[in-house]
Design a protein around this ligand. Structure first.
Ligand code: NAD
Ligand code: DAU
Length: 349
């Protein structure tokens, strides 16, 4: 039995990953650590939560005593590290939360891993990271593994710091690690604060859809299931001590994405005129202009390619939100309302 610890498994990508591992790895025991912040939700794991090979632990990854106790009880063979504060707009409002989880939390895990893995080389610390650590591109440029780190938001600075710590532990202590940097994920279970789920929920409620600035900023989109399949392959066959870029070669200006969502929503629901909801609002401070990824050639050579086309993935995602109104109501109760008022109150009047 291989013992795998997934941090952030109750979040958006983490829940896709835990479900995937439970269904495809019959000899893996999966432990999820998650603090269940506003972004973490046990409902995301409902179908696997009580599975006989899954154990859930509500713990803050920066709480070293708790992590130590858990790993003394059930030492990990593999750590898949996804827990993070992940929303750029929130990082602009409260950077220290990002330092706590993304920097201190990561180093706390690395310290515990170093203690528990002394003398072992058959282990893996897998750091799930972002293309945002590479900064912002000009038109026609792409990120590659050779791109220098140039983080420009508190979120990306905290993820870059975490990546550097992972490499430092590999170099200094010989910790077996792997890092992958991926572009913008979308799909079911994404908290409705990021562009795609926010647009879908505003379409459902016929509310103005806030597009920052000119809408010409570019993001490179990938379905979370394609990201998870790449992570799975890299766990099995990725070279330790290396970094891989994961992307579906799907860079698009935000306005194009929002217009596409409006069209698909109208087709799926029989509504009309959704595009009239698009509202240009005050830009995000320090808004990176363009992200676009050349996925690692070695990842493609291992046999990975994205399986979900953007239109089909968006159709499926819209359908998922339409059929989960209770999930939406519950995740948007309480603190979400305060954040939403602060972030969009003035912008949308
Ligand atoms: P998310 O915000 O949906 O989920 C994050 C999870 O981490 C939540 O379940 C939350 O409860 C948990 N968490 C937060 N702080 C914690 C703490 N101190 N201790 C324990 N758990 C804590 O994030 P996501 O979009 O699923 O992203 C997952 C990972 O993938 C992150 O590391 C993120 O940087 C990275 N990533 C995300 C994207 C994307 O587009 N969403 C793209 C590339 C990389
Ligand atoms: O690139 C990978 C990163 O993608 C991940 O590491 C982050 O965790 C994830 O949040 C995402 O960051 P972005 O800032 O790119 O995602 P977001 O959905 O917040 O914004 C996408 C684009 O849409 C960005 O250019 C800002 C714009 N936007 C966003 C929101 C929330 C709007 O125009 N209006 C909005 O209301």
């Amino acid at each position: 039995m291989v013992r795998v610890w997934v941090t952030g498994g109750a979040g958006f990508i983490g829940s896709h990953l835990v479900r995937h591992l439970i269904h495809t790895k019959s000899d893996w025991e999966i432990h999820t650590i998650d603090a269940l912040t506003y972004a973490g939700n046990l409902e995301n794991l409902a179908d696997v939560l009580d599975h006989k090979r899954h154990i859930f632990h509500k713990v803050d990854i920066a709480d070293s005593n708790s992590v130590e106790n858990l790993w003394t009880e059930a030492p990990p063979d593999i750590i898949l590290h996804l827990a993070a504060e992940s929303h750029v707009d929130r990082s602009i409002l409260s950077p220290l939360d990002f330092v706590h989880t993304n920097v201190l939390g990561t180093v706390t895990l690395l310290e515990a891993a170093r203690r528990h893995w002394r003398g072992r080389s058959d282990t893996l610390f897998y750091q799930v990271s972002t293309d945002e650590v590479y900064g912002s591109l000009a038109e026609g440029e792409f990120f590659s593994e050779a791109s220098p780190y140039d983080p420009r938001s508190p979120y990306s600075a905290s993820k870059a710091a975490a990546d550097h710590f992972v490499r430092a532990y590999g170099h200094t202590y010989g910790l077996p690690y792997l890092i992958s940097n991926c572009g913008n994920n979308y799909g079911p279970y994404q908290f409705p604060e990021k562009l795609i789920p926010l647009t879908i929920t505003h379409l459902m409620e016929r509310k103005p859809i806030p597009v920052y600035g000119s809408g010409q900023n570019v993001r490179d989109w990938i379905h979370a299931e394609d990201h998870v399949r790449a992570i799975d392959l890299l766990i099995q066959r990725g070279q330790r001590g290396r970094t891989y870029l994961i992307g579906a070669e799907n860079p698009r200006p935000n306005l194009e994405v929002v217009r596409l969502l409006c069209r698909l929503y109208d087709e799926l629901t029989g509504s009309s005129g959704s595009e009239s909801l698009i509202t240009f609002v005050k830009d995000r401070p320090g808004h990176d202009f363009r992200y676009a990824i050349k996925p690692s050639p070695s990842l493609k050579a291992l046999g990975w390619s994205p399986q979900v086309s953007f239109e089909e993935g968006l159709r499926q995602t819209i359908a998922w939100y339409l059929s989960h109104p209770d999930w939406l109501d519950r995740v948007r109760s309480g603190a979400y309302q305060d954040y939403y008022r602060f972030q969009y109150g003035e912008r949308l009047g």
